[in-house]
Design a protein around this ligand. Structure first.
Ligand SMILES: NC(=O)NC1=NC(=O)NC1=O
Length: 164
């Protein structure tokens, strides 16, 4: 969707255009409410600003829409399609790496009680596994901040692909 279309769309259409960026209704609502945006960078800036406020509650909301790394999202929903694209590197990873990632995900979930979240696009499977193993050593507070930063990166990447 073009920026001027986004600015002029009715609330429901504008909301629909960005809903797949992150499953946090308050963020979607606030971004739509702050229209019109003079430029794409103004839109991105506002989106980032709103995302800085996210804490545990928003993380819990958002993670429901992010399949585990290495588990290609099922279904045809827009988010599922995006996840598969973002995680493309995992599809080509060899079997050992896929098994290591699965074991890493299980260790991560046992330690932090939620799915390991990483901005997957632009990263190789090896890089994601290395990141998982590095972050396994984080304390809970630090890991929450890292996870929120990754969620912001995914969200802004998706926004930049949605409104052009
Ligand atoms: N668990 C995840 O990190 N999932 C994902 N990261 C992405 O960049 N897309 C996903 O679906």
């Amino acid at each position: 969707m073009k920026l001027n279309e986004f600015n002029q769309a009715d609330e429901a259409d504008a909301r629909q255009a960005i809903a797949h960026c992150v499953a946090i209704p308050a963020w979607q609502q606030a971004l739509v409410a702050a229209r019109p945006y003079a430029s794409l960078s103004a839109l991105a800036e506002r989106a980032q600003q709103l995302a800085q406020r996210w804490q545990q509650a928003e993380l819990d909301q958002a993670l429901s829409a992010h399949p585990r790394i290495g588990e290609a999202a099922q279904g045809t929903a827009h988010e599922a399609t995006l996840s598969r694209q973002e995680q493309a590197a995992m599809q080509q990873a060899d079997r050992d790496l896929q098994l290591a990632m699965r074991a890493g995900n299980q260790a991560y979930e046992a330690r932090f009680g939620r799915v390991f979240l990483i901005r997957a696009s632009g990263r190789s499977a090896e890089q994601m596994l290395a990141e998982l193993q590095r972050r396994l050593n984080n304390n809970k507070a630090c890991e929450q901040q890292e996870t929120l930063a990754q969620l912001r990166e995914i969200t802004l990447l998706r926004l930049k692909e949605s409104i052009i």
